[in-house]
Design a protein around this ligand. Structure first.
Ligand SMILES: [Zn+2]
Length: 274
């Protein structure tokens, strides 16, 4: 198979996996890959990503002009073009609406806490790009703020975007984000998250070199901003010398009670006072 044929087949397979795992519904989502220095292969508008065929893809230039293909390119093409412009190292872009990660994007909760060692080593943090009307030029603008330093981000009230050295690398980051979102949700339902301390985050960052992970930017702590905040992956990790894990519960933590539990507490207190 030619290099182009392989790339077309890769996009079809990534679309199939995305749909099979419920990361997209109906015709949602889009995938693209770099095809040489000034050409992109892009999924077409208005097709279900679970049932594409290699001949459906469009070829565009880096300005978004269609060069080849019977169909029109994805309505989110502008967001893909922005990624390729900002990140010469990137050759694959995936956009989907995985339900748990998108839930965090709707709640306005970024996945930026130091919780999972492997996520810190690979993705660092997963911020939320500001809300933008899909398919307009607002969306690439919202993405621009984070794309230089991050390989994955949530899109407020919309979905998630991941990028990588090829289309599979981008897709696997989408799997990691959704998996991370599910684990974070369970931990929060259970009522606490033990965070990885800032010192341990430093050690994990050192592993990037050991494992040859090409992260686009270093990790920095929320209250120790880098000189260029756009060039660092901000992670919430409490400083706790000598401790590798830090319980997240603190004096300002929120507790939730039902009305019945609250009423019982008040009645108990009133009885005690009598
Ligand atoms: Zn979308």
């Amino acid at each position: 198979m030619t290099a182009e044929g392989t790339l077309r087949a890769d996009i079809v397979e990534v679309g199939r996996r995305m749909y099979a795992r419920g990361y997209t519904a109906s015709n949602d989502g889009n995938i693209s890959a770099r095809l040489g220095s000034d050409r992109l292969l892009m999924t077409p508008k208005g097709v279900c990503k679970g049932f594409m065929t290699p001949d459906m893809m469009c070829i565009t230039d880096l300005e978004g002009n269609k060069v080849q293909g019977d169909r029109d390119p994805s309505s989110e093409m502008l967001m893909h073009l922005e990624v390729y412009r900002q990140r010469p190292d990137v050759a694959g872009v995936v956009h989907a609406h995985p339900p748990t990660a998108t839930g965090f994007a709707v709640a306005g909760i970024p996945l930026d806490r130091a919780v999972l060692a492997e996520v810190l080593t690979t993705l660092g943090s997963i911020p939320i790009a500001a809300y933008a009307t899909p398919s307009t030029s607002e969306l690439p603008e919202a993405v621009r703020r984070f794309v230089k330093a991050h390989d994955g981000m949530l899109l407020a009230n919309h979905g998630a975007l991941t990028i990588g050295a090829d289309v599979y690398a981008a897709y696997y980051k989408m799997e990691t984000i959704e998996h991370f979102a599910k684990i974070s949700l369970v931990a929060r339902l259970l009522g606490r998250e033990n965070l990885i301390s800032r010192e341990e985050v430093g050690r994990l960052q050192g592993l990037r070199d050991t494992y040859g992970i090409k992260a686009p930017a270093p990790i920095c702590a929320e209250d120790e901003p880098a000189q260029d905040p756009a060039a660092c992956q901000v992670v919430q990790a409490p400083s706790s010398p000598r401790a590798r894990l830090v319980p997240s519960a603190d004096g300002d933590g929120e507790i939730r009670l039902t009305y019945r539990q609250l009423t019982e507490l008040i009645e108990d207190a009133v009885r005690t006072l009598r």
